[in-house]
Design a protein around this ligand. Structure first.
Ligand code: ATP
Ligand code: MG
Length: 200
């Protein structure tokens, strides 16, 4: 399974609907400083619900909505809604149909060779709302997270290596580094379960 494309609509610097295709093996995004390269990574973390505390570079969720006055902190008063869709190529059957149906809570998920995860954040005058969709079915964040975990993608995992992560790994204690290896090897899950069992 791999990311086939990302569609950004009104997300951060992407004020126009933009579809960005990815290759299966290796894709490099280049461009001048401030042109929006890291915003693409932010959009993937946002849509897949993978943001960790230091993940997405925004103070509030609503800062992710495109704002033409972003640089001078003014508010355009324009449409206040951002949508990101991550299109996964699942033609290798990483996730099977029943897993997708289970997560979507519906049989009506279409062709699961393609898994589309969409998130929308909407700002109203006094509040904001966040919605997730799986192949156009409305779902909760936990449904998305559970599904992705079955394909080995988790918020704690290192599917996304952020700027500074490598330096951090070099500088950490051997014990902390071992914890990361346990996480990747899938041993950490059992350690956590063991802790829970001892606690009871
Ligand atoms: P670098 O090479 O320096 O890492 P980059 O290509 O990764 O640059 P990004 O950090 O992705 O650049 O993009 C930064 C740009 O996104 C800034 O110009 C910033 O003003 C703009 N930006 C961030 N949030 C918003 C927003 N909500 N609305 C409009 N523009 C935004
Ligand atoms: Mg950057």
């Amino acid at each position: 399974m791999y990311i086939k494309a990302v569609v950004l609509d009104n997300f951060k610097s992407f004020g126009r609907k933009t579809k960005i295709p990815f290759y299966e093996d290796f894709t490099v995004v280049t461009g001048p400083n401030g042109s929006g390269k890291s915003n693409i990574i932010d959009s993937i973390l946002f849509a897949l619900g993978l943001a960790r505390t230091r993940g997405i570079r925004a103070e509030k969720l609503t800062d992710l909505i495109y704002n033409p006055g972003h640089e001078d902190d003014s508010d355009s008063g324009g449409p206040r809604e951002a949508i990101v869709e991550v299109i996964l190529d699942n033609s290798d059957g990483t996730l099977d149909r029943s897993q997708v149906i289970n997560a979507a809570g519906s049989e009506d998920v279409g062709d699961v060779d393609e898994i589309r995860i969409r998130r929308r954040v909407k700002q109203t005058e006094d509040n904001y709302y966040s919605y997730y969709y799986l192949n156009d079915r409305s779902v909760n964040l936990s449904d998305i997270q559970d599904l992705l975990a079955q394909a080995g993608v988790t918020p704690e995992g290192y599917n996304v290596v952020m700027q500074g992560d490598v330096t951090e790994i070099i500088n950490m204690t051997p014990y902390a580094r071992r914890e990361i290896i346990d996480e990747i090897a899938g041993v950490a899950e059992f350690d956590a379960k063991k802790e829970d069992a001892f606690g009871e």
